[in-house]
Design a protein around this ligand. Structure first.
Ligand code: CUA
Length: 325
């Protein structure tokens, strides 16, 4: 009955412990509703029954209390609250402690992207990640910059992503499908676009996906292709690569190479390798006019070869002739 109520206003549950979370939530909601109606009912009843009448009985000024009633409603309330505590504590522990045989995925949050690393196979993805149904998955969640929060409503749980700290959460899917992940902690301009997808698939499909990802990783050999891979994990949350794209969190990178751009201080610079490199390493030094002076966090890419691969990729986007505008 309780899960039928929660289904009215919550997205479908797809985790093993989710039904229990919903049942507890609905139970607390119903108890609160009963208490609300009882208290409000008493207020309305007494207001009407004991309203002032010119010729009515006078109020008793030396009233006392009923020990029996006070003890019984205190104990009854205590019993309900302890019951909720016990149920909640048990559920909390279940959600918090991953089973021993869990598959580990390292989750890394950054403005404004989620990326996922599978240590068993070395596979890395961003934006969406595959999970086999029926197998417990342990997420080790960290942030590269500010505090974010990993929230998948269908799982009925969430966990903060904090810099320099690993937070653990786990789940086991009960059905296949695509389930959205949101960032649930305001983290900057692109917060509302910081999303990902859990792809719940069969074990067979999951194995195929891992194999395909490994093959893809091996096939990536040119600097542009390597750069594109890094770009899709680190940069694409804020920078569009489409021609004539609407302004995003950061400037669009389509066809910008070898063009001139105006900075916030009015100075004009040519976008060349040196400028791109500086903008990646020290993003606040030469900000394009119209964008926040402290937008992009420094240190997103630290490895020199990553930086030069990403620059090769940016150069390849709608590559223009020198001097073209
Ligand atoms: Cu990340 Cu909000």
């Amino acid at each position: 009955m309780m899960n039928r109520i929660s289904k009215l206003f919550m997205p479908p549950v797809v985790s093993t412990y989710g039904e229990n979370v919903d049942a507890l939530f609905t139970f607390i909601l119903l108890i609160s509703l009963v208490a609300f109606v009882a208290v409000l009912g008493c207020i309305v009843f007494f207001v009407i029954k004991y309203r002032y009448r010119p010729n009515g009985p006078k109020a008793d000024v030396s009233f006392t209390h009923s020990t029996k009633m006070e003890v019984s409603w205190t104990l009854a309330t205590l019993a309900v609250v302890l019951f909720i505590f016990g149920w909640g504590f048990k559920t909390f522990i279940t959600i918090l402690v991953p089973p021993k045989n869990s598959m580990i995925i390292e989750v890394s949050a950054s403005q404004y992207d989620w990326s996922f690393y599978y240590p068993e196979s070395g596979v890395q993805t961003s934006g969406e990640f595959y999970v086999p149904v029926g197998r417990p998955v342990e997420l080790r969640i960290q942030s590269k910059d500010v505090v974010h929060s990993f929230w998948a409503p269908n799982l009925r749980t969430k966990m903060d992503a904090i810099p320099k700290k690993i937070n653990v959460m786990w789940f086991q899917l009960t059905q296949t499908g695509e389930f959205p992940v949101y960032c649930n902690e305001y983290c900057g301009q692109g917060h509302s676009t910081m999303r990902a997808k859990i792809m719940g698939v069969s074990q067979q499909k999951f194995d195929d996906w891992i194999k395909q990802k490994i093959a893809e990783m091996k096939a990536i050999s040119t600097p542009e292709a390597k750069g594109q891979k890094i770009f899709s994990m680190v940069c694409k949350g804020c920078h569009s690569i489409q021609p004539n794209a609407a302004p995003s969190v950061g400037p669009s990178l389509y066809g910008i190479y070898n063009t001139e751009v105006e900075l916030t201080n009015g100075e004009k610079v040519l976008i060349n390798e040196a400028y791109l490199k500086k903008s990646i390493q020290d993003p606040w030094s030469q900000v394009v006019k119209g964008y926040p002076t402290r937008g992009m966090p420094p240190g997103l890419l630290t490895n020199d070869s990553d930086i030069s691969n990403v620059i090769s990729y940016i150069k390849s986007l709608g590559n223009q002739q020198p001097g073209a505008k």
